[in-house]
Design a binder for this molecule. Structure first.
Ligand code: MF3
Ligand code: CO
Ligand code: CO
Length: 268
């Protein structure tokens, strides 16, 4: 078990990649409307990454052991889809909620971030799920500082989410990230205070809770990628890439269009 500690130069590279990933979400936001297909959103993001940014879409052909190569450049997970939704012919309609998950590679470094998007006016329940999930991610981020443990992060998220009557997906987690897309450590979104690895300055990882309105259980679709809730309840996810600093945490996946642009945790 080895967790890489990033240098100052590494963090500079991660900050650039993180901002670029967030800027892809800024770019796609106005296209998320009733009538658009998830495949069209994928193409727009792909072209922006490759032709405008000069970044590499990390998901395209990504092939972890036991998987088939991922066929698209972003993930689009709609309604009861939990994560890794594969863009295609699905037409978005008013009332849908969807997660768009973008990972770019810039100068060898990965930036990984996702947001929820509301297609037209959402139901009260869907809006609350998206808001609670966003706040859950932040409860996790705000725990991050040298000396805190991975269990502290998981507990902060789980405690908040379950108090709202929602559930935390267990099978997928955040992850160390850098020149490698998914590396150690695993960042569970549930846990016990004081348990697990202690955080050190220079660690970089994602926090990306997947929260279900119903039961936490999931299943995989026949495409080998798309994860859905077993009970068909709505699911939401938000993701940031963060760095442990000498005094706390820096969120690396911010940009001017991010809903979190003005949320200043680094100043603690
Ligand atoms: N971006 C996802 C994550 O947050 C991983 C997607 S892998 C893919 O870790 F192949 F599905 F794109
Ligand atoms: Co991730
Ligand atoms: Co991601």
């Amino acid at each position: 078990m080895s967790v890489s500690i990033k240098s100052k130069d590494d963090i500079d590279g991660m900050r650039k990649a993180g901002r670029l990933a967030s800027e892809v979400l800024d770019h796609i936001a106005p296209f998320v409307k009733p009538g658009v297909t998830t495949g069209e959103l994928d193409r727009i993001c792909h072209d922006y990454m490759v032709n405008v940014q000069g970044t590499i879409p990390a998901p395209l052909n990504y092939c972890p052991p036991g998987y088939t190569p991922y066929p698209k450049s972003i993930c689009t997970s709609v309604n009861h889809q939990v994560c890794h939704g594969v863009p295609g012919d699905k037409v978005l309609k008013s009332g849908d909620i969807l997660n768009i998950d973008v990972t770019v590679i810039a100068d060898g470094y990965h930036g990984d971030t996702s947001r929820m998007f509301l297609v037209g006016p959402p139901s009260v329940a869907a809006k609350r799920l998206c808001d609670v999930t966003h706040e859950a991610m932040w409860r996790g981020i705000e725990v991050v500082r040298p000396g805190a443990t991975l269990g502290d992060i998981g507990h902060a998220i789980q405690h908040f989410v379950e108090a709202q009557g929602f559930s935390v997906v267990r099978e997928f987690c955040g992850h160390g990230i850098g020149k490698v897309f998914h590396e150690e450590p695993q960042i569970l979104h549930y846990g016990r205070p004081g348990h697990g690895m202690r955080l050190e300055p220079g660690m970089t990882f994602t926090i990306e809770p997947m929260i279900n309105a119903g039961k936490p259980h999931i299943r995989e679709l026949a495409d080998g990628w798309t994860i859905v809730t077993k009970d068909h309840s709505l699911s939401a996810q938000w993701e940031h890439t963060v760095a442990v600093t000498d005094s706390g945490v820096e969120v690396l996946t911010l940009s001017e269009g991010s809903p979190d642009w003005n949320r200043n945790v680094g100043a603690r």
